[in-house]
Design a protein around this ligand. Structure first.
Ligand SMILES: NC(=O)c1ccc[n+]([C@@H]2O[C@H](COP(=O)([O-])OP(=O)(O)OC[C@H]3O[C@@H](n4cnc5c(N)ncnc54)[C@H](OP(=O)(O)O)[C@@H]3O)[C@@H](O)[C@H]2O)c1
Length: 261
């Protein structure tokens, strides 16, 4: 299994559900070959079979816990062992922990931080290093609209996504002359398994602001291939990100507390 017979390889983390599945459909339609990575291999094997049939593309499935220490190096070791040069990295796997900070299981918070920040950083460094040596490559980091504002009830999650947003924007500049682009996708609330997995029962008000996952993923892929620094999909989300830059932070966090409780 290698790159010799042509075609580019994309690695998508979190490809067993939600945005990851949408990224896989969009990239397979563009004739990209895919590595799908997440813990649950069942849904990824099904997706892989459907994509192979529909698009005659090659798809590799890697079952891996990306919240484990050393997971990024292990995934890189596996793609190297297959002889794959990854041209596109979609750093999408992530999780949230909703609720009062002091009530949260510390182990859940630690795993979330490892997954959302440490593994994302390590994967980016490992694959970007190869891409810079080859003189080309594209990386997408999935942050969140909550990365733009302090968010009570999602305090540690929002802080982890501020990290992703800052990392991605900084690397966009740092790697600008290397042929490697880094883009950040910052979705607002979207109808994936995310809120349920986070333990968040979404209010009726928030449900009105929810986007479908396909246009969110498409906005991310468009930003990736245009080499843009970032994108916030959806008009209401764009306005929220913009107003976060203008309104007092004390007002923002009170609004977020009321919305997220
Ligand atoms: N949906 C939203 O409202 C929203 C808004 C803003 C940002 N986001 C971000 O979007 C990204 C994708 O989330 P989603 O909305 O698509 O939610 P999702 O449907 O819950 O998908 C999350 C994906 O991440 C994977 N994942 C979770 N923990 C993992 C682990 N320890 N190791 C490997 N993979 C793991 C899951 O796979 P397994 O469970 O099989 O491992 C799944 O494929 C996340 O970074 C999330 O923070 C979501």
């Amino acid at each position: 299994m290698d790159n010799t017979s042509g075609g580019s390889w994309a690695l998508i983390t979190g490809a067993s559900s939600g945005f990851g599945v949408e990224f896989a459909h969009i990239l397979a339609r563009q004739r990209m070959r895919l590595v799908l990575a997440a813990r649950r291999t069942g849904p990824m094997e099904e997706l892989a079979e459907a994509l192979r049939t529909a698009h005659h593309t090659r798809v590799v499935v890697e079952g891996i816990d990306l919240a484990a220490e050393g997971a990024a190096a292990e995934l890189k070791r596996r793609t190297d062992a297959h002889g794959l040069s990854i041209d596109v990295l979609i750093n999408n796997a992530g999780a949230g922990v909703h609720g009062r900070f002091l009530d949260a299981d510390p182990q859940r918070i630690r795993r979330m931080l490892q997954l959302n920040t440490v593994t994302v950083t390590e994967l980016t460094q490992l694959y970007a290093g190869d891409m810079v040596r080859r003189g080309h490559g594209r990386i997408l980091l999935v942050a969140s609209l909550l990365g733009y504002m302090a968010t009570p009830e999602y305090a540690a999650y929002a802080a982890s996504k501020s990290y992703v947003l800052s990392l991605g924007e900084a690397l966009h500049e740092e790697l600008a002359s290397s042929g490697v682009t880094v883009s950040v996708l910052s979705p607002g609330l979207s109808s994936t398994a995310f809120t349920e997995a986070s333990g968040h029962q979404v209010s009726a008000t928030l449900k009105l602001m929810t986007m479908a996952p396909r246009p969110v993923a498409q906005a991310g892929i468009d930003a990736l291939f245009k080499g843009r620094a970032g994108v916030v999909p959806g008009l209401a989300n764009k306005l929220a990100a913009f107003s976060a830059r203008l309104s007092p932070r004390s007002a923002q966090r009170r609004i977020m507390q009321a919305l997220m409780a």
